[in-house]
Design a protein around this ligand. Structure first.
Ligand SMILES: [Zn+2]
Length: 177
């Protein structure tokens, strides 16, 4: 198809009609998050760059027991994605705010969990952060469990305080076992 009709459509109707018009570029992806058993199909335009791609919910094919209460598929996607992002951000927040002796620091300053190098060259993390969610949406909370290292009470309190500031008090609890 020449680009001229698309440009004319764009000029007349704006970009949203192009997506509807140009269905061949629409991709479908089934997503099941790593923190619950929901299954969501969303669509995206393969012509858009990964940075600007818009994900549009197509269907929710499975609702886990903790996300049964949503009625709208877009709300459902936003709730599940929001929880998943918060979990990922919070784990990274812990790593970025952990004492330096417990992390590897890349040249650009990014910190990752300190690893040991095995005889075969592979790397094993020296500690871990496990996650679990509690409650039923919209009243979900997150527990992050730091395992494999022993933090001082001050270090743990500092981490909890940073998480409270970033995500709101009572939303995330960090424990060290
Ligand atoms: Zn779910």
């Amino acid at each position: 198809m020449s680009t001229l009709p698309i440009l004319i459509l764009y000029a007349l109707h704006g970009p949203i009609h192009i997506h509807r018009f140009d269905m061949v570029k629409q991709q479908f992806t089934t997503w099941s998050p790593d923190h619950c058993t929901c299954e969501i199909i969303f669509t995206w335009d393969s012509d858009a760059s990964p940075d600007t791609r818009v994900h549009t919910v197509h269907d929710v094919t499975r609702k886990c027991p903790n996300h049964q209460n949503t009625t709208d598929i877009t709300d459902h996607y936003n709730v599940v994605l929001g929880e998943n992002n918060r979990k990922n951000f919070a784990i990274d927040h812990i790593i970025q705010n952990t004492p330096l002796a417990l992390v590897d620091v890349a040249p650009d300053g990014t910190k990752t969990i300190k690893t040991i190098t095995n005889p075969d060259g592979s790397k094993t993390p020296t500690w871990s952060v496990f996650f679990s969610h509690q409650g039923v949406s919209p009243n979900r909370t997150l527990t992050l469990t730091i395992s494999g290292i022993t933090l001082t009470q001050t270090q743990l309190t500092n981490l909890q305080s940073k998480l409270d500031t970033r995500f709101g008090a009572g939303k995330i609890t960090v424990v060290n076992v």
